[in-house]
Design a protein around this ligand. Structure first.
Ligand SMILES: *Cc1c(COP(=O)(O)O)cnc(C)c1O
Length: 390
């Protein structure tokens, strides 16, 4: 019996090592990794440059403290701001912590204007994490049930419905921010018309609200741009990162610009590990390799190819409702729950995922090649067809 707490329905497989987009289990069986540990392994497995940078940093120093200046963290903040158009970065260790920082910033911003019960507009089908504030912001009852009372200060609207936001603005004087994912990941790879994002920006500007983009899944090059909001042509006041930022080393970030910059001072927020020399080096090196290897263009090109190939392979198949996504964030929606496909794919040597019950999700490493893409579709499409026929 395992002493690991039973918080995941774990598949009966253990991996021992990986190389690029291939990963090997303890029996020596090899798998094509089209999930990247849920959008984490940006550079795939054992990228030589990342391995060397982490080893060298470990040899110098792992950790100091945020009581002191950290050179690697400062360099990473500079780099992230130049890529994102933001001004300041707070570093934590996960997506949930990055979003906690964003929520605290929004409340602080409200209190500074004399709003006693600052409230954030959040979306149906959203996912923001598992801590108390972030699960309260999340638009999924399953994440919340059993953990009431929820954290107050959120109102929920349907994603993509600008009028719903405007309606809240009319009667609720406590709103301080709108928080959403440009592409909803856990919710089932949902994108909306770019006009919506621009509309949200306008509403935020006219009411003096903060626009908060949770980029934990869609950020860090996955869409073919550094950040999802750049595909939509908008600039948020706060954007949060984690997952792909350290290519497997745990690091989260909350970036601020515009009205949200300069809000926090010493004592307002903190993290013991956040942005330590080891994780900052991993993130800096991840970004460096992404630039050297042209991984943004690769994500856009290979993502389009995968969607095109699935479109061809699944054309006219009854039960396939939609093939959608942006870059290497791809969903194939079926007309029925399809969780069992994950186990069938695993048996066939493929790592994929199903989210929101009916959406087969692909989040491969950004180094995914054209051959990897062809192999993925050649091997996954028959599994989907067989499942739908069965
Ligand atoms: C995964 C995810 C989170 C939570 O990140 P953790 O590192 O698991 O805390 C938050 N927001 C989005 C959009 C995510 O996909």
């Amino acid at each position: 019996m395992s002493h690991v707490m039973n918080t995941y329905a774990r598949l009966p497989v253990t991996f021992s090592h990986g190389q690029g987009c291939r990963i090997t289990d303890t029996d020596g069986k090899e798998y094509l990794d089209a999930l990247a540990g849920i959008a984490v392994s940006t550079l795939g497995h054992a990228h030589p440059k990342l391995v060397a940078a982490i080893a060298a940093q470990a040899g110098r120093m792992l950790h100091t403290s945020n009581l002191y200046r950290i050179r690697e963290q400062e360099l990473l903040a500079d780099k992230l701001c130049s890529l994102s158009g933001m001004q300041e970065v707070f570093f934590g260790n996960s997506g949930a912590e990055a979003n906690e920082a964003a929520i605290k910033l929004a409340r602080f911003y409200g209190h500074k204007q004399g709003i006693e019960l600052p409230t954030i507009i959040v979306m149906e089908k959203s996912f923001h994490g598992r801590t108390m504030a972030t699960l309260s912001a999340t638009g999924n009852y399953k994440v919340q049930v059993g953990f009431e009372p929820l954290v107050a200060g959120f109102v929920r609207v349907p994603f993509g419905d600008l009028d719903a936001i405007k309606a809240v603005a009319e009667h609720n004087r406590n709103i301080v921010a709108v928080m959403f994912e440009i592409i909803q990941g856990e919710g089932g790879i949902h994108l909306v018309d770019p006009a919506y994002y621009r509309g949200v920006r306008e509403v935020c500007d006219s009411h003096n609200w903060l626009m908060i983009c949770d980029e934990v899944q869609c950020g860090m090059g996955r869409t073919g741009k550094w950040f999802g909001y750049q595909t939509a042509g908008v600039q948020p006041d706060i954007a949060t990162l984690a997952k792909g930022l350290g290519s497997g080393v745990p690091i989260g970030a909350c970036m601020t610009g515009g009205k949200a910059a300069g809000l926090f001072g010493p004592g307002n927020h903190g993290s013991t590990f956040g942005g330590n020399p080891l994780v900052s080096t991993a993130a800096l090196t991840t970004i460096e390799v992404m630039e050297e290897e042209g991984l943004l263009d690769n994500a856009a090109r290979i993502g389009a190819l995968i969607r095109q190939l699935f479109g061809e392979a699944l054309a006219g198949i009854k039960g396939v409702k939609d093939i959608r996504g942006h870059g290497l964030m791809i969903g194939v929606e079926l007309d029925r729950p399809c969780g069992e496909l994950v186990g069938k794919a695993l048996a066939a040597g493929l790592l994929i995922n199903v989210t929101a019950d009916t959406v087969v999700r692909f989040l491969p490493p950004l180094i995914f090649s054209e051959n990897d893409a062809r192999e993925l579709v050649d091997r996954t499409a028959p599994l989907i067809k067989e499942f739908l026929a069965g």
